[in-house]
Write a protein that binds this ligand. Structure first.
Ligand SMILES: [Zn+2]
Length: 63
């Protein structure tokens, strides 16, 4: 079920878009999106760096 009134909703919370904050519904969502974007960018940068000998404890691939 999707309500498509021809208008795009907030990409963060899917709420009706507010022209003042488009394409988001509020400034908060705008900031959230920006943070997510920046965060992703940073992660990519850090991921490129490889630290020899250092193993980050994640989930074991093999049991
Ligand atoms: Zn929103």
């Amino acid at each position: 079920m999707t309500e498509t009134n021809g208008k795009a909703g907030c990409p963060i919370c899917r709420k009706p878009m507010v022209t003042a904050h488009r394409p988001f519904c509020s400034r908060r969502c705008k900031d959230l999106d920006l943070h997510r974007w920046l965060g992703g960018h940073y992660r990519v940068k850090t991921e490129e760096r490889q630290d020899p000998g250092e193993g980050e404890g994640g989930d074991p691939d093999e049991g």
